[in-house]
Design a protein around this ligand. Structure first.
Ligand code: 5AD
Ligand code: SF4
Length: 443
């Protein structure tokens, strides 16, 4: 019997890449490759990459550099890169990195088996970074109707048409496309039958689902349909663009039982001048009005956000507006990023005179302010009992199990693994920075 070939896959970035990586695993297994946990054991090493910020991109080159010695030792080793950096750089990567064998873009995951075969058989180096037409993309939506996990991502749309001026996503993921609702609902039903209890509907901008007139239902309607599927206990969705957050969708937080009381609603900046330069399509006031409506229909809701610090030309006054918006909304958590110019984006062409030290100081101030707010949210949970959806054994490896609250906070506690998939009451006994410790409430 020939020995099975082995691959090592490393995934960077967002949920889109996580889902694409699952597809990569399926495809490679289909051509006789088994997955391994150590790059040194592999015949094929693939990186699924992220280009959203320069730091993420540099990390990819750093990791690739680490695999080069393996290739020096074993010239038969195949090294490939996919995802957003591959899409952005394309064939140039093969010129820049002579030890690289293959480059596949964000629309070309399905070509991987044939590319791997071509490299294996002929030792050619190849690249595929063409964007596909709509029809072909609709055929190729990532799908999986069986899962052995309690929670699962389900892709409802891909790509983005917003062209926020700082963002590389529309350039590397292509135009927005929504998947037919019947297919999504079929997938969720199958997943529920295989034991999945929570689905997160994902897309770059899920609430513009169907907005291009290509689908028969709104995102709010789709959520209501998922809410009616037996076996599914919880629903989440991400990411939401504030400008496309309709009243109909906001009202779902009041009317749909299974929809979790959490929304990630990236604001990016609290200053109208900057929001306008970012091409975000809303003002501070419009954003805050949506937050108020969310809090009105669902008083228990918690929000999280993304914020960019030091956008070109950001003044001290603009930055103060961001801090004051954060004070006003009181996000449970904020993911903050120092602005990073991205190739091909409109903002990369703006005059930028901000000095890096100023950006860093603002970033640190923002973190300090938010940490106070996040801490007060965490501490408010102390001693209270929450319904937790148990996912399985705790990642801390101490024999505990873990699950999440409706706000997506991890809770570790003593309990039997057979509780996986159940909603159980847990009293919070200690709060840490990244998770809670709790005790199962026996009844
Ligand atoms: N620089 C800094 N942060 C960025 N983000 C996207 N593009 C950039 C950039 N060029 C952030 C945004 C987005 C998150 C995923 O990454 O806040 O919501
Ligand atoms: Fe990027 Fe804006 Fe699209 Fe989000 S909505 S992916 S920030 S362009």
């Amino acid at each position: 019997m020939p020995m099975e070939k082995r691959f090592f896959l490393e995934t960077f970035g967002c949920q889109m890449n996580v889902v694409d990586s699952e597809r990569i695993v399926d495809l490679l297994q289909g051509i006789g490759y088994g997955q391994v946990a150590e790059p040194a054991d592999a015949d094929l090493i693939l990186l699924n990459t992220c280009a959203v910020r320069d730091k993420a991109e540099r990390k990819v080159y750093g990791h690739l550099g680490r695999y080069k010695p393996l290739k020096d030792e074993n010239p038969a080793l195949i090294l490939g890169i996919g995802g957003c950096v591959a899409q952005q750089e394309g064939e140039k990567l093969l010129t820049k990195l002579p030890y690289l064998d293959l480059v596949f873009g964000t629309h070309n995951v399905h070509k991987l088996p044939e590319m791997v075969r071509a490299v294996e058989n002929n030792r050619v180096r190849c690249h595929e970074t063409e964007f596909l037409d709509r029809e072909t993309r609709l055929q190729l939506f990532p799908t999986r109707t069986f899962a052995d996990t309690v929670t699962r991502f389900v892709t409802v749309m891909q790509g983005c048409d917003n062209f926020c001026s700082y963002c590389v996503v529309p350039h590397v993921r292509g135009r927005e496309i929504s998947r037919p609702s019947a297919e999504i609902l079929h997938e969720v039903r199958q997943l529920a039958a295989s034991g999945v209890r929570e689905v997160t509907l994902i897309g770059q901008n899920v609430n513009s689902y169907g907005c291009k007139g290509e689908n028969e239902m709104s995102f709010a309607r789709l959520l209501a349909e998922v809410d009616g599927i037996e076996g599914i206990e919880r629903i989440r969705f991400t990411t939401s663009h504030p400008k496309d957050l309709s009243d109909e969708l906001i009202d779902c937080f009041g009317s749909l039982k299974k929809l979790c009381n959490h929304i990630h609603l990236p604001v990016q900046s609290g200053a109208d001048r900057i929001l306008n330069l970012m091409n975000r399509g809303y003002t501070r006031e419009q954003y805050l009005a949506k937050v108020l409506r969310l809090q009105t229909v669902c008083p228990d809701i918690r929000l999280t956000s993304d914020i960019i610090v030091g956008f070109p030309g950001e003044t001290e006054e603009d930055f103060a507006a961001t801090l004051s918006l954060m004070e006003q909304v009181r996000y449970a958590d904020v993911f903050s990023f120092i602005y990073s110019p991205r190739p091909g984006t409109a903002a990369a062409g703006l005059p930028d005179t901000l000095n890096p030290a100023v950006r860093q100081v603002r970033f640190d101030r923002l973190l300090t302010q938010q940490e106070e707010i996040s801490r007060s949210w965490r501490e408010a949970d102390q001693g209270r009992v929450f319904e937790v959806l148990v996912e399985g054994e705790s990642r801390q490896g101490n024999g505990q199990i873990f699950g999440r609250t409706t706000w997506n906070r991890i809770v570790n506690f003593e309990g039997d693994r057979s509780l996986a998939g159940s909603l159980v009451p847990v009293r919070i006994s200690r709060v840490y920075r990244n998770s809670h410790l709790g005790k199962l409430v026996e009844n």
